[in-house]
Structures are given as structure tokens and as C-alpha cells.
Design a protein around this ligand. Structure first.
Ligand code: TPP
Ligand code: MG
Length: 332
């Protein structure tokens, strides 16, 4: 566990509306994921499905630190990141259903959410494979003087692959404005971090390239925001890449096909004591920002958003057969 924690809610400098919006987003992500899991079990959603339960504070806190013209690029566990970036949950659910109204026209599914109009550059399935792309986006930002910061999100498992080291090296060499954000949830599929990585403090890997790095409490949405605000300012100010390691935990399996035999139930229960949504609710209540009525209303609103998303997905058309050869590299 560990990582830097945030100041009190009242000292965060954020207004009530923003704070409540963080809670709203985290709740929406959690409910979306629970519903997606349920629909997968009922055979409505096919293919792979990697849920984000437990990690919501990372996406919401970090992405809140970006400007609209900045870019996000992420790995396959992408539902929370897309939602936090403002993609419409109706079109996200439709994508899970493989429908034509999905954010990737139903051609991508869970791992390939994408919306360039909102600066959301995917959803990538090859572990570590999008890190060089992030560096390329950063190079373009510098070259074209776009002043964009690229937030590149990946898992702890992704830091053990060659792309990771190549990308950090070139990012520093070319001084690109990329914030590397590692979601350290302690496992890559069924393999514990300490069985795959020579060091457990992932942020230290950035030191090899002289990239400033820190560890953050990924169960604390305000800590995530504070750390990312600092990292983004560094990158935007011409300081080059920055590295954040968010200490977090996934409450569910790696994917829906995971029987979860590699970790103790007690470990899961221990982390659930630090549920980012419950912790944040408590803090907001204690500091008088959230009333029980606010919470009730928020629960209702987010339930409705997810129910509407399912209805939209159910009622949307399949992609037409004529689309079969669209958006693929092969030339049939
Ligand atoms: C290059 C490559 N190797 C193996 C896989 C299979 N694979 C899919 S997810 C995963 C684990 C990645 O774990 P991590 O980066 O920690 O992300 P998390 O799932 O924990 O969010 C692996 C090995 C893959 N997709 N790509
Ligand atoms: Mg992991």
C-alpha cells in the first residue's frame, strides 16, 4: 500500500460542485462496471471484459487534472478512463454490445474504446504497446506546438516489457510532455508483481532515465488529482516526462474468465476496507460537503444513467455486414 495521500477535502481548493462531481463519476464507473459484469454473465456482452472496480479514484483524480485539449491513451482496462474523460456511457455500453452506435462503431469492444474528438486515444490490448504511441503523441505536441500533455495509463505488468524502457528512454531524450501513470494493482493477470518485477516500487524504474517520479495513494481521488496536477504542470512547462505510480487494487478478477485462485480472500477484504468511493463519501460527509439527500440523489442519477445506457445498447442496430472489412489493416 502506501503512496502520498491528500490534504483534507476543505484544503483541496476545490469547490463543492467539483468534489461532488468526483463522487458522481466514481459511482457511475462502479455501477457501469457492475452492470457490464452482470450482462456479460447473461451472454449479452461477448469477448473480453476487464472491469475497473476498486481503481476508480485513479481515473477520476488523474483525468480531472487535464485540459480539454490534452490527450489520454490507456490500456485495455479502459472503461473508467473513458467515462472520466467524458465519453457518453450510452455509447460505451453500446460498444460492449458490439453495436453500430458504440464509440468504435461496435468494431472494438471493451478493450478498444476511442474518441479522438474528446482526446481519448484508446483502449489498447497489447501490454505496453501504447507507450511508444504516447511518446509519438508527445513528439507531435512539441513539434506542432500544440501545448498538449499526454496522459499515458498502463498497469504494473506493463512495466516489465521492453516497450516500457524504450518509451521512457526516448521520452526523456526528446523531452516529450508525457505523464506516465502506472496503475499498480499488484497483479498482472494471476501473477503477483513481486513474481514478475525485480523491484516492487515501480516508480523507481523511472529513475534510470532521470524522469521525476512519485508514488501516490490510488485509493484517494484527491491525492491522485494533486499529484497529477503537479505532473501535468511539469510536462506542460517544458520539463519533459513525469512518472506516477498509483497504488491501487482491483476488487474483481483480471477478466470475467478469472477464477481468482492466486490471492487470498482476506487480502481482497482488506483492500475493500479502503474502497475509494466509500472513503471519499465519508470524508465529504465528515466535512459537511455531502448530505444523505445528495448521496441518495446521486445514487438515483447514476442508476438511471446506467439503465439508459443499457436500453440504448439493447435498442441499437448491429453494424451492417458491409462494414465487415472496415477499420482493419488487412486488405481483403
Ligand atoms: C504483449 C502482451 N503479452 C501478454 C498479454 C496478455 N495479457 C493481457 S493483460 C496482461 C496482464 C497485464 O497486467 P497489468 O499491466 O498489471 O494490468 P492490469 O490488468 O493489472 O490492469 C497480460 C499478460 C498481452 N495482452 N500483451
Ligand atoms: Mg496490474
Amino acid at each position: 500500500m502506501g503512496g502520498k495521500t491528500a490534504t483534507k477535502v476543505g484544503q483541496s481548493g476545490l469547490d463543492k460542485k467539483t468534489l461532488l462531481n468526483f463522487l458522481h463519476q466514481m459511482l457511475l464507473i462502479r455501477k457501469f462496471e457492475d452492470k457490464a459484469g452482470e450482462l456479460y454473465a447473461r451472454g449479452k456482452i461477448a469477448g473480453f471484459l476487464h472491469l475497473y472496480n476498486g481503481e476508480e479514484a485513479v481515473a477520476v483524480g488523474a483525468i480531472s487534472a487535464l485540459e480539454p485539449h490534452d490527450l489520454v491513451i490507456t490500456h485495455y482496462r479502459d472503461h473508467g478512463h473513458a467515462t472520466a474523460r467524458g465519453l457518453d456511457v450510452k455509447r460505451l455500453m453500446a460498444e460492449l454490445f458490439g453495436k453500430a452506435t458504440g464509440v468504435s462503431k461496435g468494431h472494438g469492444g471493451s478493450m478498444h474504446f476511442f474518441d479522438a474528438t474528446l482526446g481519448f486515444y484508446g483502449g489498447w490490448a497489447i501490454v505496453g504497446g501504447h507507450l511508444p504511441l504516447a511518446v509519438g503523441l508527445g513528439l507531435a505536441s512539441n513539434y506542432l506546438r500544440k501545448n498538449q500533455v499526454i496522459l499515458c495509463i498502463f498497469g504494473d505488468g506493463g512495466t516489465n516489457i521492453g516497450y516500457f524502457y524504450e518509451s521512457l528512454n526516448v521520452a526523456k531524450l526528446w523531452n516529450v510532455p508525457v505523464v506516465f501513470l502506472c496503475e499498480n494493482n499488484l497483479y498482472g493477470m494471476g501473477t503477483a508483481l513481486h513474481r514478475a518485477s525485480a523491484i516492487r516500487e515501480v516508480y523507481r524504474k523511472a529513475a534510470v532515465f532521470d524522469i521525476p517520479a512519485e508514488r501516490v495513494d490510488g485509493m484517494d481521488v484527491l491525492a491522485m488529482r494533486e499529484a497529477t496536477v503537479k505532473a501535468v504542470a511539469h510536462a506542460r512547462g517544458g520539463g519533459g516526462p513525469y512518472f506516477l505510480e498509483a497504488m491501487t487494487y482491483r476488487f474483481r478478477g483480471h477478466s470475467m474468465a478469472d477464477p481468482i485462485l492466486y490471492r487470498d480472500k482476506s487480502e481482497v477484504e482488506e483492500w475493500k476496507q479502503r474502497d475509494p468511493i466509500i472513503l471519499f463519501q465519508q470524508r465529504l460527509r465528515e466535512e459537511g460537503v455531502l448530505t444523505p439527500q445528495d448521496l441518495e440523489q446521486m445514487e438515483r442519477e447514476t442508476d438511471e444513467l446506467v439503465a439508459d445506457a443499457v436500453k440504448f445498447a439493447e435498442e441499437s442496430p448491429e453494424p451492417p455486414l458491409s462494414d465487415l472489412h472496415e477499420d482493419i489493416y488487412a486488405n481483403p
